[in-house]
Ligand binder design. Structure first.
Ligand SMILES: Nc1ncnc2c1ncn2[C@@H]1O[C@H](COP(=O)(O)OP(=O)(O)O)[C@@H](O)[C@H]1O
Ligand SMILES: [Mg+2]
Length: 254
């Protein structure tokens, strides 16, 4: 029995602007993201990583092609249904944390369970307790984001992303604003959330060490898939990126 991937991109293209000013951010990407796995998306700056993540999240519309969340075709959904789907089935973690500054850590975490009125996901207290303990936020719950370190803020943002038990968590450079120790804590937790809590995570990063926490690394270059690395080590990822640079001299070099 084959299980449906958590997310699937089918011949996905995204063009910004038009005519002479057109930027082909994605040029026909076919990719599947397995359930219960941590997948990293890597590639040079401007290769389309964030665009792919935003399309998987239904935060932006494709120029052509399709995005499936499980068996649901996001590209065919009216906006209102997409909003509900995002709230109920997806979680997001951003490089800039995106916490609400006037709310405490706990209020930020439970916010997704309060949005959407009658269609809101009910708060599961046991799950909240588990997240708070695993993320070591117990003694920070009453603090506002401004009173927390970057690593603590990102851990709050991750708890918020997981509170509704979404079937897919999308993270764009989640350790991009963290020192290496806080970054390692966040990555450890993302991996634990997959291994022990059964979550599915797709994470964009440009850091080979961060990517080595993943089960699989998908490489993008110039808006197209350019290979993958399974069970990645930082060294394997670094040499795959090197190979990309030498085979694609025109692609942006960081
Ligand atoms: N809103 C936008 N308008 C115009 N061009 C964009 C926009 N967003 C991204 N791009 C362009 O699309 C390409 C891919 O961008 P992006 O997905 O952000 O790459 P990455 O995340 O890999 O750095 C780049 O050339 C970028 O300049
Ligand atoms: Mg980006």
């Amino acid at each position: 029995m084959s299980s449906t991937p958590a997310a699937t991109a089918v011949a996905l293209t995204k063009t910004y602007g038009r005519a002479a000013a057109a930027v082909h951010a994605l040029r026909g990407v076919d990719a599947t993201f397995e359930r219960g796995a941590l997948t990293a998306i890597m590639g040079p700056s401007g290769s389309g990583k964030s665009t792919l993540l935003h399309l998987l999240a239904g935060l932006d519309t494709a120029t052509s092609g399709r995005v499936l969340l499980g068996e649901t075709d996001l590209t065919a959904l009216p906006d209102a249904e997409l909003t509900v789907l995002r709230r109920q089935r997806l979680g997001f973690v951003f490089q800039q944390f995106n916490l609400l500054p006037v709310l405490t850590a706990e209020q930020n975490i439970v916010l997704p369970t309060e949005l959407g009125g009658r269609r809101a996901a009910p708060l599961d207290r046991e799950w909240l307790d588990l997240l708070v303990d695993v993320l070591r936020l117990r003694d920070r719950l009453g603090h506002r984001p401004g009173e927390l370190s970057g690593g603590q803020q990102q851990r709050v943002a991750i708890a918020r992303a997981l509170i509704t038990r979404p079937e897919l968590v999308l993270a764009d450079e989640p350790t991009g604003n963290l020192d290496s120790r806080s970054g390692a804590e966040v990555l450890d937790f993302l991996r634990r959330s997959v291994r022990e809590l059964g979550r599915t995570v797709v994470m964009v990063t440009h850091d080979p060490v961060a990517a080595s926490y993943a089960d699989r690394v998908v490489l993008l270059a110039d808006g197209a898939l350019a290979g993958e690395v399974t069970d990645p080590t930082p060294e394997a990822v670094t040499s795959a990126l090197e190979a990309l640079r030498t085979s694609l001299p025109a692609a942006g070099v960081r």
